[in-house]
Ligand binder design. Structure first.
Ligand code: AMP
Length: 193
């Protein structure tokens, strides 16, 4: 089983690359952002709660997100493993993921981080906002807030996994194909350990 955390700031290409990676490696994709958006669309209780945070570019509280991930893993338990996209985003979430995977005698194989400049990301996100319909991609102030949250709360996770010897950085610049090849090399490297 391989469990990969695809890490990186908003707009780094995690969603696009995850879609390709799950096809190649047969992994299950968990995008917490996608699960929240599905719930918002269907106006569930979780969706209404999540929307109040997402619209401001803030994180949904850890207890809510952690429970959702625990339920998702229980429903999608499989032999090959998972790609986690947009989760964990705080140290508390990282600790939760370790605990949940342990229940299945599994662990995080590696965190693979896509590295891209922030200014390039703002341009990408505003461009994506024109077609994605995501309100949080259409307003530069909200985008900047998402980066602030990323720098303050999420980026410490890189060190959390580095200390365990589970952090690999990959250049997130270039064509989608080039970045995909870089990610595959990183995954092939860690899955043979
Ligand atoms: P994403 O699709 O990953 O860019 O996530 C969109 C928004 O959903 C984020 O800006 C957060 O408000 C919320 N969200 C997604 N994943 C998480 C998470 N792991 N923890 C808390 N909030 C999250």
């Amino acid at each position: 089983m391989i469990n990969i955390i695809l890490f990186g700031p908003p707009g780094a290409g995690k969603g696009t690359q995850s879609a390709r990676l799950i096809e190649k490696y047969g992994l299950v994709h968990l995008s917490t952002g996608d699960v929240f958006r599905y719930n918002i669309k269907n106006q569930t209780e979780l969706g209404v709660l999540a929307k109040s945070f997402i619209d401001k570019g803030q994180l949904v509280p850890d207890e809510v997100t952690n429970q959702m991930v625990k339920d998702f893993i229980a429903r999608n338990n499989n032999d090959k493993g998972f790609i986690f996209d947009g989760y964990p985003r705080t140290i508390a979430q990282g600790e939760n993921l370790d605990r949940v995977l342990e229940e299945y005698q599994a662990n995080v194989t590696s965190m693979i981080a896509l590295e891209v400049d922030e200014d390039e990301l703002v341009i990408r996100l505003l461009e994506r906002g024109k077609s994605s319909g995501r309100p949080d991609d259409q307003n530069e102030a909200i985008i900047r807030n998402r980066f602030k949250v990323y720098n303050d709360e999420t980026s410490p996770l890189a060190n959390f996994y580095a200390k365990k010897g589970k952090f690999v950085a990959v250049k997130g610049k270039g064509s989608i194909d080039e970045i995909f090849q870089n990610l595959c090399k990183a995954i092939d490297g860690v899955s043979q350990l």
